[in-house]
Design a protein around this ligand. Structure first.
Ligand SMILES: Nc1ncnc2c1ncn2[C@@H]1O[C@H](COP(=O)(O)OP(=O)(O)O)[C@@H](O)[C@H]1O
Ligand SMILES: [Mg+2]
Length: 353
């Protein structure tokens, strides 16, 4: 009763051997919130100001931190991400600041900490809310004085590191509960950056899907995968609790499961299809007997064309405006409002030109 033989014969092979470009992960997106985020990144990157990036898990906090680093003077130097929640509490201090030989049981030699390893570069303290209170006090001192002290040492050493912190929990609430130092909180968030969840910038979903498919194609050039319009509608409608990370993993999975290099609704998991919502409205060729909602149709069309124009011009607003026969200022105003094409958005824009 052998069921052996070729398992998974319908599973397409995707070549995972080739290195993915992990150095410069681009920050993709044309949603007004992302445009604003990009402008903020450009503004804060050149200085050494401390930044607190907050947002749900998977929204791209690390992508933002890397973008800041790569646009700063420190770009050729190390970028060191440290996940404070993933390192055991009693090891975090020595991971961050290093230790002397014999500083604690098991410390057989001296060890350089990540702050020293990041020398001249940027350190990302991810999930900073998980940092124990005692360590928070030490971090504050590092931020104020620019010096670290390895565990078991009495010497302070100067370090030149830019600190970016990230949190997927509301740090202010932790401060109120007494679980996070208030002084450190204010010291960290000299510039607060909030990365919005995927469901609040749905108009970027097609762009991100294309981007992730392009990344897959770069690894498997033979495969040119397309997504049907119906499947894209479902991808657009889903709430993406795992945000961009979930979307990225979903695209990887769909690219493997699809037949004939086409992602259609049949291969979407139930979570994506169980709750269909009219995310993308069909624009009728002529007025149907039942009438239409003119405002939402016009907004839908406008949003689509704005998205397309930005896509065709690689985000150049001037060129996109020209493609649509608009003045740049009119285009900018429409773009600001174009977030309303996302389903469920407020129906509050009035045409003023
Ligand atoms: N705007 C974006 N453009 C392209 N890829 C993104 C974007 N935001 C997130 N990603 C991808 O999604 C995944 C999760 O991003 P990450 O920065 O690790 O999220 P977080 O740190 O907020 O949990 C990564 O693989 C990242 O490359
Ligand atoms: Mg992260």
């Amino acid at each position: 009763m052998s069921l052996s033989g070729k398992a998974g014969s319908e599973v397409k092979r995707v070549d995972f051997e080739r290195p993915v470009n992990v150095v410069e992960k681009a920050l993709i997106g044309q949603h007004p919130a992302i445009m604003k985020l990009r402008a903020l990144i450009e503004k804060v990157a050149p200085s050494d100001v401390t930044i607190l990036i907050s947002g749900e898990s998977g929204v791209g906090k690390e992508v933002v931190a890397r973008a800041i680093h790569s646009m700063s003077q420190r770009h050729g130097l190390p970028f060191v991400p440290v996940n404070c929640a993933a390192i055991p509490r009693d090891l975090l201090e020595s991971e961050m600041f290093g230790h002397e030989r014999g500083a604690f049981t098991g410390a057989s030699g001296t060890r350089q900490g990540l702050f020293t390893a990041a020398g001249g570069g940027t350190i990302l303290l991810d999930e900073i809310g998980a940092m124990p209170m005692e360590l928070q006090a030490k971090l504050l001192r590092v931020l104020e004085d620019g010096e670290v002290r390895p565990v078991g040492s009495d010497r302070w050493t100067r370090v030149d590191v830019r600190v970016i912190a990230a949190s997927n929990t509301e740090l202010a609430a932790a401060v109120r509960k007494g679980a996070f130092r208030e002084d450190l909180f204010y010291r960290l968030q000299v510039v607060p950056i909030v990365v919005p969840p995927m469901r609040e910038r749905r108009s970027d979903i097609p762009l991100l899907v294309d981007h992730f498919l392009e990344c897959i194609q770069a690894r498997t050039p033979a495969q040119k995968i397309t997504v049907t319009r119906e499947a894209m509608v479902q991808l657009w409608s889903y709430d993406w609790p795992g945000n961009v990370r979930e979307l990225e993993n979903m695209v990887e999975r769909l690219a493997i499961l699809c037949d004939d290099s086409t992602i259609d609704t049949r291969i979407l998991p139930p979570a994506l299809t169980s709750k269909p919502r009219p995310a993308v409205i069909e624009i009728p060729a002529s007025l149907p007997a039942g009438g239409v909602n003119l405002q939402s149709l016009v907004r839908e069309l406008e949003g689509r064309l704005i998205n397309d124009a930005l896509k065709q011009t690689a985000g150049n607003k001037q060129a996109a405006a020209k493609l649509l026969g608009l003045k740049r200022t009119t285009f900018a105003a429409k773009l600001r409002r174009s977030g309303v094409i996302a389903p469920g958005a407020a129906d509050d824009d009035k045409d003023d030109d």
